[in-house]
Design a protein around this ligand. Structure first.
Ligand SMILES: Cc1cc2nc3c(=O)[nH]c(=O)nc-3n(C[C@H](O)[C@H](O)[C@H](O)COP(=O)(O)O)c2cc1C
Length: 288
């Protein structure tokens, strides 16, 4: 079976473009995407990431039919194949089982499979070839190691987190300074390349001239009730490879810019300080 890892943005657009799936799309708390397959008003399967804007690495499934997500598939190593199954017990106690790369579930296929689901036991038997008792045994054996892995994953990669946030928010607002006045406008370009976080503009624009005069800038975006502010110095990078990477990442730009047009301008964030906040979580500060 083909297994492909998709970004939250791509998954959303695939769902929206699929009339059958789009009927099932529901809003669901912290989860970025949730589908209501049986039309009872509560989500049956959700696709989410542990970190804001990251690629999907958790698929949660409601096996009980009562709106509780009690089976999770995690992709710890990021290879697109869930490598653990985690079953949440009735009492809320979470246990985890490791399957290496053996469990393969495709994004689109999953919707079809889950629609035919009856019970947790059937799912495990039919799709994974194991019994609930097997699962429980595995859970007990591997829970500690998997929890450690979860913690490790949760702390790494600050710049990536900022990148995915801006990428998935699609639009962010860039504030610059002109003399003594603030100036702000919508932007959308963002690129993570060789450990630097870039945005793109045109030399002809006032924003470019403002940055040349004063490189201090601040960016703000919000998504699903969470917002980010990044303040940084914007530094020009004329490397042609970076421009090419930007055009490849956002091919629509090719209609207006080329790597050799002398107008396209790549700026990376230096001495950046980002803060990610929501009304319900502790602010997270990321420096890069
Ligand atoms: C959703 C959206 C995204 C945009 N993204 C960019 C961008 O990444 N880079 C850019 O130069 N202009 C972008 N623009 C256009 C700028 O907002 C526009 O050119 C603005 O006037 C530039 O600011 P300035 O007039 O102060 O130079 C975007 C506009 C919209 C509506």
């Amino acid at each position: 079976m083909e297994v492909r890892k998709v970004s939250i943005r791509e998954a959303k657009s695939r769902i929206k473009n699929d009339p059958e799936l789009s009927k099932m799309l529901v809003r669901s708390g912290w989860r970025e995407i949730a589908l209501d397959l049986d039309g009872d008003g509560s989500a049956d399967v959700s696709f989410s990431s542990q970190k804001a804007g990251r690629k999907i690495d958790t698929i949660a499934i409601d096996l009980s039919g009562n709106g509780e997500f009690n089976l999770y598939l995690h992709d710890f190593d990021g290879n697109g194949i869930p490598d653990t199954v985690c079953l949440v017990e009735d009492g809320g106690e979470e246990q985890i089982v490791a399957f290496g790369g053996e469990v393969e579930l495709g994004f689109v296929n999953l919707g079809v499979r889950i629609a035919n689901l009856l019970t947790a036991e059937e799912f495990l038997n039919r799709e994974l070839g194991i019994s609930l008792a097997d699962l429980a045994a595995y859970l007990k054996l591997h829970a500690a190691a998997m929890l450690q892995e979860l913690e490790k994953r949760g702390t790494a990669e600050g710049i990536e987190k900022v990148y995915y946030f801006l990428h998935d928010a699609q639009t962010y607002y860039l504030a610059t300074v002109e003399g003594t006045k603030p100036r702000v406008r919508p932007f959308g370009t963002v690129l993570l390349h060789d450990g630097r976080l870039y945005i793109m503009t045109a030399r002809t624009k006032a924003v470019s001239k403002q940055i040349a005069e004063n490189p201090c800038a601040e960016i703000c975006a919000s998504m699903n009730g969470t917002w980010i502010r990044v303040s940084a110095e914007l530094v020009e990078d004329n490397d042609r490879n970076v421009k090419v990477a930007m055009l490849e990442a956002a091919p629509a730009l090719k209609q207006m810019y080329s790597a050799d047009d002398d107008n396209m301008q790549m700026l990376y964030m230096k001495d950046a300080s980002a803060i990610i906040q929501s009304f319900t979580t502790e602010p997270e500060v990321i420096k890069f």
